[in-house]
Write a protein that binds this ligand. Structure first.
Ligand code: FNR
Length: 389
């Protein structure tokens, strides 16, 4: 498939009849409308980052360092945006990163299911977070056979960890992504200022509250005593002592492809692969966890080199089609977005997420075609130049 860029023709044609898009075409406007839609505490949680948000900004700004060298008269009418990951082919390299509060990004409170429906309608893979408002089985049902991965926050309890992995397998998720950069919560001044952390209000804990192992550890059920269940969750959420020694055990839990999210160095990449991990997810959690670190994009080339052909998923700071193209040229196998689609969800529900994805797909398609590159998975760093300031 291709021709994602042709979508713009329909918009211009509609314009002849006086109709303009009812969803924002520019990221800044999407952000503005999302803020207007979301309650203050949710906006703070979604848009904010760690510390003074230096890393969050650096993630976005890192893309401004690179430019794609155009190749004229290359005759690329229909660039191939397709990729292959773990034996599945995908129409484009864009994925939906795990976002833990999707459930409450839409008023009806089922944002995880809405996201799954959007992912399904465009066949874009969704990485479902552990922190969802509806249980993973319902998210998988909403995906209805379209590609989904499960993101695991490994809790401080091996039996519960195993239970979550088993459920993800049984629900039909096709890979497990273990997030390593959030075994402890980052320092988030915006949320601290309003003293708000959604999960402590019992929100987005459905995967725990529905889990037999989690429930067995409670005196009273989460339905009867949600505050006690939430309190228990707070004690088991992050296994801060998790180390490389635990990885073999985590690996042994599943035959599904296993990826580690939050890996940014060559050394960690090699260690992960030595422990039998199938893919690396290079990410700084969108600058939400450790402030003061490097932008994820700067880390990508060394991760790709050390991965030595193993898939590398990338996220953090991707806001446009050219950003996706740049990350692919620097060696990513696929590129995920976080905040942009959470904003789309807040602004327009399922249609809002689909709109964000269509905009990205169209822009990737047009940039590839205009600059004369026939295949996104064939792009390499030689297509990029550093912008001189
Ligand atoms: C996240 N992210 C995240 N990651 C993860 O592994 N599990 C999770 O539950 C969450 N939750 C979450 C909530 C919110 C509100 C945001 C914005 C992000 C991180 C996410 O997967 C991804 O790494 C970043 O969002 C990528 O950066 P951008 O695209 O937001 O800049």
């Amino acid at each position: 498939m291709g021709h994602h860029g042709d979508w713009q023709l329909g918009i211009y044609l509609d314009g002849l009849g006086g109709t303009v898009p009812d969803l924002p075409m520019e990221f800044a406007e999407l952000e503005r409308q999302a803020q207007a839609q979301m309650p203050e505490a949710i906006w703070s949680y979604v848009s904010g980052g760690a510390g003074n948000e230096r890393t969050q900004r650096a993630n976005v700004e890192a893309f401004e360092r690179w430019g794609l060298m155009p190749q004229m008269l290359a005759g690329v009418a229909d660039p191939d945006l397709g990729i292959e990951l773990f034996g599945r082919t995908y129409d484009t390299p864009v994925m939906l990163a795990p976002v833990g509060v999707l459930g409450i990004c839409e008023e009806a409170g089922h944002g995880d299911l809405t996201t799954a429906a959007a992912a399904r309608s465009l066949q874009v893979p969704m990485i479902a977070s552990t922190l969802s408002q509806d249980p993973m089985e319902d998210v998988a049902n909403a995906l209805d056979g379209s590609p989904g991965w499960f993101q695991l926050y490994p809790p401080n309890d091996r039996e519960l960890t195993e239970s979550l992995v088993r459920r993800a397998e049984a629900a039909g998720f096709e890979a497990i992504v273990i997030t390593l950069d959030t075994l402890n919560l980052g320092w988030r001044p915006r949320d601290l200022t309003i003293a708000s952390f959604p999960q402590l209000q019992g929100l987005c804990l459905a995967n725990y509250f529905s889990d037999p192992v989690f429930r067995a550890a409670l005196d009273r059920s989460p339905e009867d005593d949600p505050a006690a269940a939430t309190g228990h969750w707070a004690t088991i959420f992050g296994n801060k002592r998790l180390s490389w020694d635990d990885l073999d055990w985590l690996r042994s839990l599943t035959k599904l492809p296993l990826l580690l999210k939050g890996i940014c160095s060559a050394e960690d990449t090699r260690r992960a692969l030595d422990h039998g991990v199938n893919g690396i997810y290079c990410s700084t959690h969108g600058g939400r966890q450790a402030n003061g670190g490097l932008p994820a994009l700067q880390c990508l080339p060394e991760v790709v080199e050390a991965a030595d052909g193993a898939p590398v998923i990338f996220d953090s700071g991707v806001r446009s089609g050219p950003d996706v193209v740049t990350a692919m040229a620097l060696g990513a196998s696929a590129v995920a977005i976080g905040r942009p689609y959470a904003y789309g969800l807040a602004v327009g529900g399922q249609a809002g997420i689909e709109h964000v994805l269509r905009c990205l797909h169209a822009e990737i398609d047009l940039v590839m075609s205009i600059d004369g590159y026939p295949s996104i998975s064939g792009l390499g760093p030689e297509a990029l130049r550093e912008i001189r300031r």
